[in-house]
Design a protein around this ligand. Structure first.
Ligand SMILES: [Zn+2]
Length: 319
């Protein structure tokens, strides 16, 4: 059985894919989460999307892997805590519900933890025992692999690196802290910083900017974007320095839409992080892009099926 189904549940969209053992997407679909309609609606969408993928073909399915935003109790596959992007999602028994419906093996983990598994199976993580994934998307998510193992913590919340503060008197974050890295290096954070930088040029300009526009303006040297991305890169480098000093990793793997900004972004980030990190630890660490862009979440979700099957058969060291 060389196929698994991956499901990536985010605050705005749910991505379904049939993935083969080499990590290739065979067919896929994206539907809006419509999280405001409540957890029952989201769960119905998840079941409906899986059902549709199974019915579209004749493939034998080895199992279903799911990555979801929020803190996930991996053992039970239940959401132990979710923020307001998925209202009411806390307590949802995802694994149990999907297993009962389809009678297949189901794995559920946090959406960035599964990116770490995708990296272990198909990407840069194949050569590393110690690495940290940072997913720069609508928010900032993280996953930590130390000594070859994914660190989950008491309630599945370990690796929520987006809520490391880099500015203790900075703007208030949804988590309660101030100046979290998510306030600077997420898509919404970049837009917020850019709006402030734009205000320096023209106080009357309150035009909303997307992170993609800011990055495009940065690459052509627009003064406001250069100032804004200077803030973003210093903030992110500060957070990365803290991560390197905490975990002494071989690599920081950057995933998510912001990471697609390209080589100029990585070069600037490496220069700033190097200047902020003790040389003894910096010399062993690289900052690298994730192996695949937007598909990493859904491929990683499916990869759980292969990864944990090999772990049970003793072929793979545990993650
Ligand atoms: Zn926070």
């Amino acid at each position: 059985m060389n196929y698994a189904i991956g499901v990536d549940i985010g605050g705005t969209k749910i991505h379904f894919a049939l993935v083969d053992k080499a990590g290739r997407i065979i067919r896929h679909e994206i539907v809006p989460t419509l999280a405001g309609l409540g957890p029952e609606h989201v769960m119905q969408s998840v079941l409906g999307g899986i059902d549709k993928l199974i019915r579209q073909g004749e493939e034998q399915i080895a199992g279903i892997g799911i990555g979801s935003a929020g803190q996930i109790d991996f053992a039970t596959g239940t959401v132990s805590f979710a923020v307001d992007t998925l209202p009411g999602w806390t307590g949802t028994p995802i694994k149990q519900t999907v297993e009962q419906r389809f009678g297949l093996t189901v794995y559920v983990d946090n959406d960035v933890n599964v990116i770490a598994i995708a990296e272990k199976c198909f990407g840069a993580g194949r050569q590393y025992e110690h690495y940290v994934c940072l997913a720069l998307g609508t928010g900032v998510g993280g996953a930590v692999v130390a000594d070859g193992r994914l660190i989950r913590g008491t309630s599945g919340g370990a690796g929520e690196l987006g809520h490391s503060s880099v500015q203790f008197d900075g703007p208030r974050c949804s988590c309660g802290n101030y100046g979290c890295i998510e306030m600077y290096a997420s898509g919404t954070g970049i837009a917020r910083v850019a709006l402030e930088a734009l205000g320096d040029d023209d106080a009357s300009n309150t035009r909303g900017l997307s992170a993609i526009e800011v990055l495009a303006d940065w690459t052509v040297g627009a003064p406001y974007a250069v100032r804004a991305m200077g803030v973003v890169i210093r903030a992110l480098a500060s957070a990365i320095s803290g991560i390197i000093h905490t975990f002494n990793p071989q690599a920081i793997i950057i995933a998510g839409g912001v990471a697609e900004a390209g080589s100029a972004f990585f070069a600037a980030l490496e220069k700033e992080a190097a200047a902020r990190t003790s040389p003894g630890m910096w010399k062993d660490c690289r900052i690298v892009p994730s192996y695949t862009g937007a598909g990493a979440g859904v491929i990683g979700a499916a990869a759980q099926v292969w990864h944990y099957a090999e772990e049970r058969s003793g072929k793979q060291v545990s993650l």
